[in-house]
Design a protein around this ligand. Structure first.
Ligand code: B12
Length: 285
């Protein structure tokens, strides 16, 4: 009886490997390979491999970039409602409640990559509107950012990926660009995508970036630009420093940059973090 129930899908906590593969939208043999490598926990029952639904969910979260980012996720997370709630908590500085809320959304099945793009990002955009309209001051804006940084730090392990690195990437913002959350998100996405990442954050002097790039010789330098009013010379300097070592690809992205400007500066451009991971994954190392 237990065996039949285990194989009946939807309503039980044990899935057959075929059901797990279907849920992951991969071929049976791909799921089997993940089991063999110890990445997807499974055990034998009734002579067949079984996967716990909770293990499957952890696995999906850990592989956020691969399985979650392409849109059309079947899970029905009510993002607008969560954004509304998180925005309120961020605005009032309720750090513990905000953290608990995000944990719950993930526990209920939302992939962490989506949490970055569809929850943390829009909630911070809303904080920006509050600042623009005078509802919140810079202090409250800073407080909201600090809370989000704390939440992201606790989610970092979800983006860790085992196995050989696809390459090394540096993530950074230009001088005078103190908006640092997006670069940190890019760092996590690239880690999930299998890259070794040196996340330098904000306020790195251009000369130091140049020295670092020459020493580390990364595959790419990812530069997050939020302010559209950053002087083009500053951007040109950063791109030049990022290209200090042969074969390094400078990539620009973010609210403050458009593809044409990036091209003029001699850098690649990506529209979003999923595209960024895809772009760098297709680069020859
Ligand atoms: C928090 C915040 C601050 C904090 C930053 C603290 C910190 N440590 O980061 C503080 C208080 C310091 C600050 C200061 C300022 N800020 Co401010 N800030 C914000 C706010 C509310 C959130 C920024 C953020 O973290 N967003 C969340 C990230 C994750 O979203 P994102 O940037 O869109 O990134 C996503 C994508 O764009 C993309 N992406 C981003 N980078 C990259 C890179 C690549 C390669 C790729 C592929 C993709 C990608 O992926 C991300 C994930 O989805 C925004 C509002 C907003 N719209 O973002 C205003 C905002 C950016 N700030 C603004 C302004 C004006 C300023 C100040 C100039 C204000 C002032 N007069 O002093 C200063 C500038 C300081 C400086 N020198 O940089 C304006 C910019 C308006 C404009 N278009 O010019 C905004 C939009 C607020 C507003 N609505 O007016 N700010």
């Amino acid at each position: 009886v237990a065996d039949e129930r285990a194989g009946s899908g939807e309503h039980t906590d044990l899935l057959t490997l075929q059901e797990a593969a279907d849920a992951l939208k991969v071929h049976y043999m791909t799921a089997y390979r993940w089991v063999r490598r110890g990445e997807l926990p499974a055990f034998k029952a009734g002579g067949r491999l079984r996967v716990r639904r909770s293990d499957l969910e952890d696995f999906v979260a850990a592989r956020a970039v691969d399985t979650a980012l392409p849109a059309g996720d079947a899970r029905r997370t009510d993002w607008p409602v969560h954004v509304e709630r998180l925005h309120a908590l961020l605005a009032e500085g309720a750090a513990a409640d905000a953290g608990a809320m995000v944990r719950k959304v993930i526990a209920d099945g939302a992939p962490v990559g989506d949490v970055y793009l569809r929850l943390l990002t829009p909630a911070l955009h809303r904080i920006g509107e509050d600042w623009e309209t005078g509802r919140l001051g810079v202090a409250e804006e800073h407080r909201a950012t600090a809370i989000v940084n704390g939440i992201m730090a606790r989610l970092a392990e979800h983006f860790r990926r085992r196995g050989p690195a696809r390459g090394t990437v540096v993530t950074v913002t230009p001088p005078d660009e103190t908006h640092g959350v997006a670069a940190a998100m890019a760092a996590d996405f690239l880690r999930a995508g299998g890259f070794d990442v040196h996340h330098l954050g904000t306020d790195v002097p251009v000369a130091d970036l140049r020295r670092f790039v020459t020493a580390v010789h990364p595959t790419a330098v990812v530069i997050s630009v939020t302010r559209p009013d950053l002087p083009r010379e500053v951007l040109a300097d950063v791109v030049e420093a990022a290209s200090a070592s042969n074969g390094v690809l400078p990539v620009l992205g973010g609210q403050g940059i458009d593809p044409a400007t990036a091209e003029r500066l001699g850098a690649a451009h990506a529209e979003d973090l999923a595209e960024l991971v895809g772009l760098l994954s297709s680069e020859e190392p």
